[in-house]
Write a protein that binds this ligand. Structure first.
Ligand code: COA
Length: 322
């Protein structure tokens, strides 16, 4: 059987760091409040001339180097983002040109914070069916561009960054199972309420900002992630004890801790980057994965559980033999 195996990882963060202390000067908040409620200490913010593709390019090159593949080996690009460079062409096409790859399919996926899990699940199907052998899977965001920096309920949460993996066809186990879900009834709880088709005047006036009912999102995220953890393990016939590492979407330390508790996993087996990166939406999981691979925590043969929850609502998971 052909598996889709993670052959290499990469990530990139913009240079500028925005600390909680910096935010104290922008809105009525405190470093202590942000740490207590979210676990976030700082986040990276893209420069005015940096786009999602700008952040994705070095992340993709690092993943390709780690996987020991070159441009001509890549036969599919799947790019998860909610903050694309342009309405079109897709970020995947723009990145493809930057990397000097020609002709292979390339497309974007929009599932907000679940975007990377959606992209991974999609890429896995191409690899398993033999339609692709080396897929570049990216999550990259410049969420700072859709944040209202006067709204203390949202501006403290998000940051910018990019992460990437090369998913490769292999006889060795890789992705054991992947699961993706959505329920559009909850669209209004976490959204940018204007765009091309809705409230277009607001959009043109530059009011395209994240709005969120934080409390309700928090409750839904904890409950939904608790459920998907059970479903994922059951589908793969594994038990909680089989998980070596939880690599969660990095939205809030309290949501991450609740999922770890559900798995009876001590926090030292959970990859946490939310303190340093904030919520980078589709970039958060591949960023966290790359950090833990490069610092040596995650080793070949380890079993990883990736999980995410985001606007839509969307949610998903992937169980991986690394
Ligand atoms: N600093 C200080 N006080 C703040 C604040 C801030 N940055 N943001 C909100 N508050 C205030 C509120 O105004 C409220 O004040 P009030 O009681 O006088 O009305 C109080 O703190 C409590 O607000 P509440 O929204 O109940 O706080 P909370 O404990 O739910 O924490 C979030 C707020 C946003 C941190 C939390 O709801 C959360 O993390 N939600 C999930 C968000 C998320 O992860 N979204 C992405 C999913 S992919």
């Amino acid at each position: 059987m052909t598996f889709a195996r993670i052959a290499g990882t990469g990530s990139f963060l913009p240079e500028k760091i925005l600390t909680n202390k910096d935010l104290e000067k922008l809105v009525d908040t405190t470093d202590q409040w942000i740490r207590d409620r979210t676990g976030i200490e700082q986040r990276h913010i893209a420069a005015a001339d940096q786009s999602a593709v700008d952040l994705a390019e070095p992340a993709a090159r690092a993943a390709m180097n780690a996987a020991d593949v070159v441009a001509s080996d890549i036969d599919l690009i799947v790019f998860a983002t909610s903050t694309p460079d342009r309405i079109f062409p897709s970020c995947a096409c723009l990145l493809q040109a930057r990397l000097g790859i020609h002709g292979c399919p390339a497309f974007d996926i929009q599932a907000v914070c679940s975007g990377f899990v959606y992209a991974l699940a999609t890429a896995e199907k191409f690899v398993r069916t033999g339609a692709a052998a080396n897929v570049l899977v990216i999550g990259a965001e410049v969420f700072s561009r859709i944040i209202n920096w006067n709204d203390r309920g949202t501006c403290i949460l998000f940051g910018d960054g990019a992460g990437a993996v090369v998913l490769q066809a292999s006889e060795q186990a890789g992705i054991l199972s992947s699961h993706i879900h959505a329920d559009g009834r909850y669209a209004d709880l976490l959204q940018v309420p204007c765009g091309i088709g809705v409230n277009y005047d607001d959009f043109k006036a530059g009011h395209g900002y994240v709005e969120m009912k934080g409390n309700e999102v928090f409750r839904m995220a904890v409950n939904t992630l608790g459920q998907i953890v059970d479903d994922t393990l059951a589908a793969a016939g594994l038990s909680k004890q089989d998980i070596d590492w939880l690599v969660p979407h990095q939205a809030n330390h309290r949501i991450i801790a609740a999922t770890a508790k559900k798995l009876a996993l001590p926090m030292d087996q959970v990859v946490v980057t939310v303190n340093k990166h904030g919520n980078t939406s589709a970039a958060s999981i591949p960023l966290a994965l790359d950090v833990a691979v490069r610092d040596g925590r995650i080793q070949r043969g380890d079993t990883l559980l990736l999980e995410a929850f985001g606007g839509g609502f969307t949610w998903g998971s992937a169980l991986i033999r690394y």
